[in-house]
Design a protein around this ligand. Sequence first.
Ligand code: FAD
Length: 388
Amino acid sequence: MRVVVVGGGIGGLAAARSMWLAGFDVLALEREAAFGEIGGGVQLGPNATRVLRRLGLGAGLDKIGVTPRSFRLLRWANDEVLSDYDLAGDAERRYGSPYYTVYRPELVELLASGLPEGAVRLGASATDVLIGDRNEVRLADRTVEDTDIVVGADGIHSMVRAATLGDGPARYSRMVAYRAILPWEALPAGTEPVLRSWLGPGRHLTCYPVGAGGRYLQLVAVVPEPISSAESWTALGALDDLRTHFDGWSPGVRALLDAVTGPVYRWALYDRDPLPRWSTAGSTLLGDACHPMLPFMAQGAGQALEDAAALAACLRQNTGDPASALTRYEVARQPHTARIQRLSWANNTSFHLADGPEQQLRDEGLARSRTTEALHWLYENDPEHLPD
Ligand SMILES: Cc1cc2nc3c(=O)[nH]c(=O)nc-3n(C[C@H](O)[C@H](O)[C@H](O)COP(=O)(O)OP(=O)(O)OC[C@H]3O[C@@H](n4cnc5c(N)ncnc54)[C@H](O)[C@@H]3O)c2cc1C
């Protein structure tokens, strides 16, 4: 069976490796001339690291992954700790796989290194997909790839989704994420290797160690912005604007923002409502192409990895009837990812409550929760455990 994957991001590369390990003839097409993931960190819950280990990438992952000691939520005004969950030992003990933060370029390199020669074509922009007696992917250089299955792993503005299922505009959340990477030496003395999020009115700020050996701190500040702009890992933001957004916040937040000297990037946050259908007889979608979500559960990449594993398992178990395999994949994955999309959207409200009774209720709930217990269903999920 031949599978053409459109998109060479985290989801597309993981899909290509999963398909290759399953014995399929796979080609991933990436429109950028070089792997496009620049800068920035990504959190990988145990559900995501489990998939990477099963893809045979565990040793490489251990080299690039950092386990923050704990996950701490703090109050915006005074650094009061609202909750503090163990991450270091807990994830491995409870879920059999670690919680890692990784530097995106290192993760993409790890995924790409796991592919055989010729399985990824860079600078290959797909322009159209035709599903029928023959399935084909057309490229900007006027070449055509014939295939049995097309997998659209081409992100939130997926061409494959538009061509196979129709489309509507993505929803602008009226929030942007400022991102900066700080060398660990630049941080205030005594900074702990902890994943921290300060929650406050209308905005929040998250930071965590990242990069092999924990050499950087990734800072992500989510703030309101009524006017939409493009998502881009390379769009620059102004450091002064970022600092102004956090005027009056706690000493801990101010010290972190004072330590930023390098470039600050700005990413407008979009998502979509859950999509009811992902597949046709010869195509399906994966990752942000079918379930883009706000990053407030830190699960977009993790779910793309799970999709890759589930899709390969479905196709492997039903090579004689790929159309049924694609339906089985969609039925297994859609409700799970839709739930995470909705929770990510809900966190946009709960993270950003103004001080008052609702915020107090939220903080009392956080104080009572001693572990990541409420997320067991998410971290335990085994995407290869498929309903019949
Ligand atoms: C600020 C921020 C923080 C985040 N933090 C986390 C986190 O901590 N944990 C987590 O799990 N997730 C996180 N996410 C979400 C995560 O980044 C995405 O969900 C994930 O990158 C999606 O991967 P993907 O491969 O599906 O899509 P993408 O990363 O969008 O990749 C799509 C790829 O397809 C290529 N492409 C597009 N169109 C074409 C075409 N026509 N032809 C060929 N190639 C094409 C693109 O160039 C790109 O390389 C965060 C997102 C943001 C914005």
